[in-house]
Every structure is written in C-alpha cells, then in structure tokens.
Design a protein around this ligand. Structure first.
Ligand code: CMP
Length: 132
C-alpha cells in the first residue's frame, strides 16, 4: 500500500466540490486516512510549494492557495501517487482529459481544483506542512 496527499484548492472548495472530489477517490478504492480543512497562511504555502520558489508563477500561486480554505487528505491504496496523478489530469485544466478531475471540474491553470503529490519526497514535505 502507498500513500499520497491531495489538496482540494480554494476554487473547488468554493464551488462546493469537496464531496465530489473525495467521492472519486473512494469509488476508485482509495482509503481516506487523514483529512483536514484549513486556510493556509503565506508561510505554509511557501513551504508547501517550495520546489516552485524560483518559478515565474510562484507569487500568483501562493496568493491563490491562501485566498480561501482548502481540504487536504491523505489517501492510501495501490500505486497511490501514480494513480491519483492520472485521475487529476494535466496541470492546465483546459488540456486535462474529460473524465479527470481537472478535465471535469476546472478551467484554470493556477485555479485547477486540486493538487496531488508527484513523488514520495513531495509527499513527505507536503505532509509535514499540512499535518505537522
Ligand atoms: P499543482 O499541481 O498544485 O502544482 C503547482 C501549481 O502551480 C499548479 O498545480 C498550478 O496551480 C500552478 N501553476 C500556475 N502556473 C503554472 C504553470 N505555468 N505551470 C505549472 N503550474 C502552474
């Protein structure tokens, strides 16, 4: 069994899509083993997205992720990181395939509904930021 972390972002929480997003993972067979609703502050957001610190979109990303509440969940299941990444779709929602979460629930690039860990190293860092 593997673990991954997802964050339902402020756009998706604002649209009332928390249940829809979590349902997709549960229907697939993942277990929700930790769940937290929180409003990230700037310090948390910068630590969470530290790998993007030098990117041109970093400030916009931090502003967006701190703009409202998010819901973070740890999911457990076979090949969790790979399978969950394929379920969320491409980063840019307009390029995300129908049937993926971003393909069905979002239109934005920064406001793309959901984040998921892309490696075990990312999971470890992200888990520490959100769940301590
Ligand atoms: P996420 O999977 O949370 O990882 C980094 C986030 O940066 C990404 O989703 C988007 O919300 C945001 N972002 C904004 N602009 C870009 C871009 N040009 N390329 C990649 N990510 C971007």
């Amino acid at each position: 069994m593997n673990r991954t972390l997802i964050v339902v972002k402020p756009d998706c929480v604002g649209k009332g899509m928390i249940g829809e997003v979590l349902k997709r993972f549960e229907v697939k067979g993942f277990k929700v083993i930790s769940l937290r609703m929180l409003h990230m502050n700037r310090e948390m957001a910068e630590a969470f997205y530290s790998v993007h610190r030098e990117k041109s979109f970093f400030d916009e990303l931090v502003r967006f992720i701190t703009s409202g509440p998010v819901v973070a969940a740890v999911l457990e299941g076979r090949e969790a990181i790979t399978v969950v990444r394929s379920m969320i779709g491409s980063t840019d929602s307009v390029k995300a395939a129908p049937g993926t979460i971003r393909g069905d629930l979002a239109l934005g690039l920064t406001d793309n509904c959901i984040h998921a860990s892309d490696s075990e190293e990312s999971f470890d860092r992200e888990f520490k930021v959100i769940f301590g």
